[in-house]
Design a protein around this ligand. Sequence first.
Ligand code: MG
Length: 219
Amino acid sequence: MGTEGPAAAVPRIIAFDLDGTMWWPEMYMLTGGAPFRRDAQGAVYDSRGERVRLLHDTLEIFQQLAADPAFEDTEIAYVSRTEYPEWAVPCLKLFHVPVPDGGRSHYAHIADGARRPLTLHDMGRHSEIYPGSKLTHFRRIAKDSGVDFSDMLFFDNENWNCREVSQLGVVCVHTPRGMTNAVWREGLAKFAAARGGSAAAAVPAARGQAEGGGKGKRR
Ligand SMILES: [Mg+2]
């Protein structure tokens, strides 16, 4: 699957909420929590056997982020308000991201060096996982990275997080059902449109599901 648009339209940072965006259930809903384990098929369970599942197309999207040349210079951020970072981080370490046959991972220097499979945790350059307003999370990412808010794309299943963070100029996409290929393409297209438009267009208007998310065409 190719990435639409020129390199200039690819975000410098792509940020993902965790609970309800990348996986389910939300961490606070787990009754067992740590320690987590991964079975031979790659399924992740908490200490009482409750499974944590990646939502929809999350794994495929991260495989693309790991191997597609378009994303070689893109940094990934995890931005969560969970009160259970001590559970979220182990989960990130247990989800493997196998790169499709013949593909080269941008993270080979990490996983090869560690002589183990690439994980979601390896791919996160920024990990802002703690309660509070996500304005704080994004301001820290901007300070640490030197990247402008207008060069960031953010996916979150809570609309109010999107509204809040979009005030900074981050392009935000509401993902009520979690990461699907449709919202992923919508996000990339929305970011490209914001970059291609006027400065004012970099601050997206609040809206629901955008049109044309599934056709792979940009306007
Ligand atoms: Mg969430």
